[in-house]
Design a protein around this ligand. Sequence first.
Ligand code: ZN
Length: 332
Amino acid sequence: MPLPPDLKHQLRTIRRDGNGGWGPETQGKAPHKPIMLLAVLDLYEAGHLQQNLIPYDEVLLEAFDHYWQRCSPGRPTNPLQPFWYLKASPFWRHQAKPGFQQALQALVTAKAKVPTRTVIAAQVAGAVLDETLYAAAMDPVGREELRQAIIAAHFGAELREALAHQHRVVVDSFACAQALRQQAAQELHDLFHGTGALDSAFMAESRNLAFRRVVVDAYAHHCAVCGATIRTPSGRSAAEAAHIVPFSRCHNNDPRNGLALCPLHHWAFDQGMLCIDDDHRITIHPYARAFPADQGFIALHRQAMRLPNDPRYLPAAQALAWHRKEIFAKAG
Ligand SMILES: [Zn+2]
């Protein structure tokens, strides 16, 4: 299905900011909007999006960030901006949640700054594509033509291979996450055996993305140790997916070999400065408990960890025991 010329023209003429010192790899302009569209197409390809409604959620944010890090590594960005300002294109509009039609209309016409994530979450059900673009996004051939048209119009030749790679990583991460969730529904016999199949089926980057998504989702983005769920204004959360037994030791991304942790407690866990007992209580290393300045950390001693919402994702006793013996007891 060849793309209609009108749609091609609309994609080519997406308004992009020319300030900010962008190089030839993004044709001298800000790549936010094309990256947002590439992320959306991936979510359709992966089956994560199945209707003409694109919510601003963690999954979209994560896909956007994955492309962004390849195009503009280290440069700060707020993905809410392209999600909001794509409304300047004829193919993208926002759908209000019930009861918020007028409030959203006022926001759209006010030409104010991009709303906060809190406002978007309260008032906006999602973005809606026009029928022609949506039909193309749902069709495998049309979707690939869309991707190629967006890439050709907005990126330099030096980024095209990288964008193709990111595309595969993002799309495959959904199949890998599905495999991990299925794995967690089955009994776990031995963490150290029997998981090589996933290793060979998916690239490491896809496996990492999938592991993080499944584990962090299981804890609703809370740190299992301190409960923190800190987010940036655009919605990025501090939660990381920690392997209980390092991947290098067991090659196992089973979600039960994972804990959602904030960066501080991820570090402390990996260093053996805390461990989790079989009753899911936290033990702070005796060495750390001797420093009065670290009261906030010491106060976690013997507290119950925050459990995943679904008991299928409870950390494996075998993994926690290994961590206590090999990491906590040998902390140096
Ligand atoms: Zn924490």
